[in-house]
Design a protein. Structure first.
Length: 127
């Protein structure tokens, strides 16, 4: 992010933080569901959060919150790519696919928690 950070008005700032909390909460539900066996959450929750982030990220342009939109969007895209690339492992045996997807799910959960804590502290994410 550039040195000249845009300062948003109080209402926009609050609104974007609320959207961020909602998005991180939806991501967290899906991430925890991916890590805990038998607790699968709907991928629809992740898609809702993803679309919400895509639609609202322009409102945060230039502010510290822009980094959170980028962080969440990249987390979903990178996880989706990793899941797709490792999907053939499930054809070999269950164990390699389960291990690969378990690692990806833990990484995704880490990204969600790290971002959510930073948002709560009003800190930008690294770009």
């Amino acid at each position: 992010m550039a040195d000249d950070v845009v300062v948003l008005d109080g209402q926009t700032e609050s609104s974007l933080r609320t959207i961020g909390h909602v998005s991180y909460a939806l991501h967290a539900i899906v991430a925890v569901g991916a890590v805990l066996p038998g607790a699968q959450a709907s991928i629809a929750l992740l898609l809702v959060a993803f679309v919400l982030d895509l639609v609202k990220r322009g409102d945060a342009r230039g502010s510290w919150q822009e980094s959170h939109f980028r962080w969440r969007i990249r987390s979903v895209v990178f996880a989706a790519i990793a899941y797709a690339v490792t999907a053939p492992l499930w054809l070999l045996l269950v164990a390699p696919g389960w291990i690969a997807w378990g690692i990806i799910s833990l990484w995704f959960l880490y990204r969600v928690l790290r971002g959510w804590l930073a948002l709560n502290d009003r800190r930008p994410m690294p770009v």
